[in-house]
Design a protein around this ligand. Sequence first.
Ligand code: AMP
Length: 196
Amino acid sequence: MLGTGKLNIILGGAPGSGKGTLSDLIVKKYGLQHLSTGDVLRAEIASGSELGREINDIISLGNLVPDAQMIKLLENYLNGVPADCRGVIFDGFPRTVEQARALTIMLASRQMDAYMLDLFAEEDVIMTRLIRRGQTSGRADDNYETIKKRLKIYNDTTKPISDYYVKLHKYFMINSNINPECTFAQIDVILSQLYK
Ligand code: AMP
């Protein structure tokens, strides 16, 4: 158990590495609350608000929403987490080192911290998954050109946060190439130790 007894997990990894699928499996076994920042942003777009229109322009081009906006979103979310929540899975946040630093501060001010589970999958596996998802997801960013761009942004901007958590001794790398069951089995071993 950590800090106030909560176990917070940062589920890292490139687009298509399995963060959403694995979040569902972790929630089922460990009862954590799941925050997908992508889902929150897509809900804002669906609401038809002015902010949603701005976000849509950013997301559909495969770019990142500015840090200041994302950090505010996180602060609001953390303020609404019920006191009896067992912990949170952060899926899609942080995506920059600046967001990672801000998250550390936001959690510390609530006597909490978080471990990063970094899902790793090869680019050809990712491409196949995302193109397949694009056939049913209706997501404007699940097409070949935008996926390529999102992967470049991931490699240039998001991947360095792995190092940030390595240095904090809060980092686990997970092989997410095979299938969700195999990926979850690795995560389960880790969480059953952290969640004692
Ligand atoms: P996802 O559903 O996690 O793949 O996120 C979809 C899109 O939402 C990303 O490609 C970004 O445009 C945006 N997004 C989600 N989370 C973040 C974040 N933490 N920082 C910046 N942009 C984000």
